[in-house]
Design a protein around this ligand. Sequence first.
Ligand code: ATP
Ligand code: MG
Length: 445
Amino acid sequence: MKVQRNRRRGRSEHAAGSKPQIQVPDPVRELIRKLEDEGFETWTVGGGVRDALRGSPSDGREWDLATRATPRQVRRLFKRTVPLGVEYGTVGVFGSDRRLYEVTTFRHDVVTYGRKAKVAFADTLDEDLARRDFTVNAMAWHPRHGELRDLHGGRDDLDNRVLRAVGSPRERFREDYLRVLRGLRFAGALDMTIDPATWEGMVEAVPGLSVLSMERVREELEKVLSGPHPSRALELYHRSGALQQILPELGEGVSPEAMATVDHLDQDDWLLRVTALLLFGMRTGDATPGRVADLLSRLRFSNADAERIGAVVRGGLGPAEGIADDPVARRRWVARMTRAGACTVEDILRIWEAVAQAAPTRTHPAAVARLAADIQRDHAAGIPAKVGDLAVAGRDLVAQGWLPGPGIGAALRSLLEAVWEDPALNNRATLLERVAALKPARLEE
Ligand code: ATP
Ligand code: MG
């Protein structure tokens, strides 16, 4: 592909007077020095440069390097390397801070399939920048020379908060459909508007998302849902049709309130966020166990994660407010949800909290907090959530002359109901007494 200069480049707002200054950590500079001492031109590129120019917090920022050295030359030069994707030219190299940095040989796309490009090594940084997806991601910074290479107007776009494909949007998305999802994510995370031609190209490319492997789609979804305000990207997913394309089960049903709820859930728990998205997105009648299981296995969740998510999506949020003033109903509900999954009660309460934060006039945060406190108090007081937590067990009944069989289970369940009515009953002596009283009734059956 030819280097395409962005047509906006001519009227750059950044005259020579506003030369950017980007602080690059020493370990990164050392790697560059080492490569360049051997004659291999090397730059920092991509997200690190973008985020530094945005002035986002520098801790945890990733610095990726682009170099003229081939992977073989990189591996020869450094003692400890990790072959991260040698066929794509990427070698992991440890810095003096023991962090792993990605060092990638300049490259350009040769053939593209819409899923993944076949790349060849290129001679120049400019060719390498031209194959990158968005202008804001297509800048390179040379810390030793203090030079920003910005052939596609990325800095202006960053300042104006515009997401724009490098070159022809239609072509770029057709080369690799993942760029559609990446673009929606960046626009959401960086709070950018999408340039109209880029947006058109995205929408047109949405049907092509079906060629992507579910692993890559899931990875993108995870990145979106791990950001501070996923609703912005989710809204774009929705408007572009990408959401319906990758998760047809959601139909048209993800409301703005549902997306706002996702924002209020813990950023570090993307599983809970995906749970809420599916829960609110699938119409109640559609969340059959079979459909939920199919969806979760298509999204490549482990069995354990699928169980956790599925329990909430299948069961729904439940009458969390309706049970607030009825201890027995509350305990019965907790018991049912505990049977559905180990984290189900906690997950549902956290989703309710987020619902209340997103729409406090409809669901009172105080009511949800009270419910959570009541459940917590029951738990701390040892009020049983299942038969196995009672102060008596089946063998105690057998010792009293009960015949092993379903009658014992029924008797224990009735004890459980009695304990929910009056928690003081949950001690061995009292329960055995009650069992003795039940026994004749059972024998008469
Ligand atoms: P972040 O890591 O914060 O998600 P990033 O921009 O660093 O954002 P990476 O996936 O780490 O994204 O990729 C690093 C760089 O590689 C990007 O900035 C972009 O220049 C380029 N790149 C990554 N994926 C693609 C792609 N599918 N098509 C074109 N260029 C890409
Ligand atoms: Mg990155």
